[in-house]
Design a protein around this ligand. Structure first.
Ligand code: IMP
Length: 446
């Protein structure tokens, strides 16, 4: 039995969906633990490419139950559409469950999200967060303010109406809200259809763990977008860390066996906020083009830059990574050398190696110091085929050196490498291959 957590180690879009899908092969439950329709987990199957927004990746596999957990904010109408779309394509192979404790994301939240981000940008240039405009911040704010509606409320028409009226009383600053009557009846209709899937999910997971089944907690967004530990205020409104995965599922920390951090071999960010290793020149455009770096949810081009080991060390400490999955190494294939940031120099001359300034303005001023590692050849189809057939020994030696450098700098072993978008383009390194010095904060002393 293994309880594993998969979380993003950068700014999101590290191909967590692909790694989760790979690991879901031996899972009984896959649980989305936070966020909502702001997430876009892309999966490339022989049948085509699909983006999951609110369903856990496990639903694509027979014998797996995909749970949309209590830490999520669920947009029920879009949720049902996502399910139906997968059904139509014959891809809804696992079961679906939704926590009755998950909060409901409503049209009013989407309207408020746009209103707030426009207000920020109007009041102070550069203050706009560039949210996905899916209503995430306002939905979590209403959860914390105790104005929210939960998925379990949808099946009780009188409670639903009462809570909607209360919530609308807090939104007098917004216009063009859908009428309560119409919204309530639409939600009741959807709730009727989703009712068999909505239930307390934490006992289901506790029993699975007790039976010795494998449970995979699938984080959305990433460490640097964490509301407390990310680049506040340019963050999302949940906790996309390993700790957040526990709160977002109801699994206790004592049951967790592995925490897998997913990082791209370079860095990207969508939306505003500090990004010390951003390359706004030709190479940034190159990474964007070759890596297909566009937001899976909004289609916005992603800002691109180099691997930031200061951030990765920070994310490793914060999450307690037991291993790393390094993805999209194929995108860097063919470059002569690959810059990786090993420390920051701050305006006062001090250097930072594994902590980040808590103020976004300070992080904005950090100057990255790069080490240039030798590149590896382009991974053409034949090279990829060889890796699929023969495993990690066939990774180019310079790529292995790049991975070894990540291990040296973070103390965390690299266990998985993603070398293309397809399901079979993930290779597991031999346990003896690139092992780290050990998880736990004691590894950081000295
Ligand atoms: P929100 O989560 O929609 O409120 O957006 C807040 C910030 O997080 C914005 O910069 C978004 O671009 C970013 N963000 C939210 N979800 C994702 C994601 O799944 N991948 C990458 N960035 C995201």
């Amino acid at each position: 039995m293994t309880v594993r957590i998969v979380v993003g180690a950068q700014f999101g879009d590290e191909a967590k969906g692909k790694i989760t899908d790979f690991l879901a092969a031996d899972a009984r439950y896959v649980v989305r633990t936070g966020g909502g329709p702001n997430a876009g987990h892309s999966i490339h199957l022989p049948e085509g490419a699909f983006v999951l927004h609110q369903l856990a990746c496990g639903v694509l596999r027979h014998g797996v139950t995909g749970v949309s957990g209590p830490g999520m904010v669920v947009q029920p109408i879009a949720f049902e559409e996502e399910m139906r779309e997968l059904e139509r394509k014959g891809l809804l192979r696992g079961e679906v469950l939704v926590s009755d404790r998950a909060h409901v994301l409503l049209p009013v939240h989407e309207i408020e999200d746009a209103w707030e981000d426009e207000l920020r940008a109007r009041k102070r240039p550069g203050a706009g967060i560039g949210t996905t405009r899916r209503g995430i911040g306002p939905a979590y704010a209403d959860r914390a303010g105790r104005w929210g509606l939960r998925m379990g409320d949808l099946a009780r028409p009188s409670v639903l109406r009462e809570r909607l009226e209360l919530l609308y009383a807090t939104k007098t600053h917004l216009s063009n809200l859908p009428a309560i009557d119409e919204l309530a009846s639409r939600l009741t209709e959807v709730a009727g259809r989703l009712a068999p899937l909505i239930r307390p999910t934490e006992p289901v997971l506790w029993e699975a763990v007790a039976r010795g089944e494998n449970v995979l907690l699938e984080g959305a967004q990433s460490a640097l977008l964490d509301i407390d530990f990310g680049t506040y205020p340019f963050v999302t409104s949940s906790h996309p860390t390993s700790a957040g995965a526990l709160v977002g599922s109801g699994i206790p920390p004592t049951e967790v066996d592995e925490v897998i951090g997913v990082a791209k071999a370079y860095s990207t960010r969508v939306g505003s906020g500090p990004f010390p290793t951003e390359d706004s020149g030709e190479m940034g455009q190159y990474l964007q083009r070759v890596g297909g770096e566009r937001g899976a949810t909004t289609g916005r081009p992603r800002r691109c830059g180099w691997l930031d080991l200061v951030m990765l060390r920070y994310a490793a400490r914060l999450n307690g990574f037991t291993s790393l999955a390094i993805t999209k190494v194929d995108v860097l294939g063919g470059l002569d050398e690959i810059p990786v940031c090993v420390q920051y120099v701050m305006p006062d001359g001090t250097t930072l190696r594994d902590v980040l300034p808590s103020q976004a303005d300070d992080l904005d001023k950090a100057q990255p110091v790069y080490e240039r590692l030798p590149g590896w050849p382009e991974l053409h189809e034949r090279a990829k085929e060889r890796i699929r057939r023969e495993g990690a020994h066939s990774l180019p030696s310079t790529l292995r050196r790049f991975l070894a450098r990540i291990v040296e700098e973070t103390g965390v072993g690299v266990e998985y490498v993603g070398f293309g978008p397809a399901r079979e383009d993930t290779v597991r390194l031999e346990p003896t291959g690139l092992r780290g010095s050990g998880a736990g904060l004691s590894a950081w002393n000295g």
